[in-house]
Write a protein that binds this ligand. Structure first.
Ligand SMILES: Cc1cc2nc3c(=O)[nH]c(=O)nc-3n(C[C@H](O)[C@H](O)[C@H](O)COP(=O)(O)OP(=O)(O)OC[C@H]3O[C@@H](n4cnc5c(N)ncnc54)[C@H](O)[C@@H]3O)c2cc1C
Length: 176
């Protein structure tokens, strides 16, 4: 099997070989890959859109997990909409869907490269909007406890009494 090069997974198109590459298309595959590497103390690098990663020519001597989980669920909760998106969903597609559906709060973040799951890591923002204002909950795989933590790690401002306000929930984020 030809060796996988990280240059193929980063938008800068640089980066040497991956020790091992796992393409995770489901939440179970994603967390299983991280847990399996952790169990043998192998270094792990998650790569989603690869737009905020600069990888050396030496590459990464460990397990590289490509976050390619898909799926968006929508739940109407009174005047609010709670949207749950898997980590691998393309961010710009997600913003486009929000605009089409009339979900307010992330429309200014159009055109930012990457995937949904990476946005809470650095609190992606632009033009006065930040995802921390709309993220209600992030599902985290806790690598120390080896289990999911579904508790909110960021609190959106209370939407109570704000007609038409939206909350957005992202899924499957792995703790560093
Ligand atoms: C042209 C350009 C414009 C940009 N404009 C903006 C801007 O306006 N505002 C802004 O805030 N940012 C901006 N960025 C930065 C970039 O878009 C964000 O950092 C984006 O969130 C990266 O997403 P990604 O999926 O490409 O992450 P990657 O590059 O794949 O990963 C980035 C980091 O997050 C980690 N990671 C990714 N997914 C997960 C996960 N599910 N769980 C745990 N860790 C994970 C990776 O291991 C890595 O450390 C811009 C970047 C570019 C290239």
């Amino acid at each position: 099997m030809p060796e996988a090069r990280l240059a193929e997974l980063t938008t800068l198109r640089v980066g040497g070989p991956a020790g091992r590459l796992v393409h995770a298309t489901t939440l179970a595959e994603l967390t299983d890959a991280v847990a399996a590497a952790d169990a043998v103390a192998e270094p792990v690098l998650l790569v989603a859109g690869g737009s905020n990663l600069l990888v050396a020519d030496e590459g990464f001597a460990g397990t590289v997990v490509r976050v390619a989980t898909e799926g968006v669920e929508v739940a109407q909760e009174g005047p609010e909409v709670l949207v749950t998106a898997q980590a691998g969903v393309g961010w710009d597609d997600f913003v486009a869907r929000a605009v089409t559906e009339g979900w307010s709060g992330i429309e200014a973040l159009s055109g930012i490269p990457g995937a949904v799951g990476a946005t809470p890591i650095q609190n992606v923002g632009a033009y006065g909007q930040e995802v921390s204002a709309t993220v209600a909950e992030v599902t985290v795989w806790d690598r120390r406890l080896r289990g999911y933590d579904a508790s909110p790690v960021m609190s959106a401002p209370s939407a109570t009494g704000t007609a038409g306000s939206r909350r957005i929930r992202t899924g499957s984020w792995c703790s560093p």
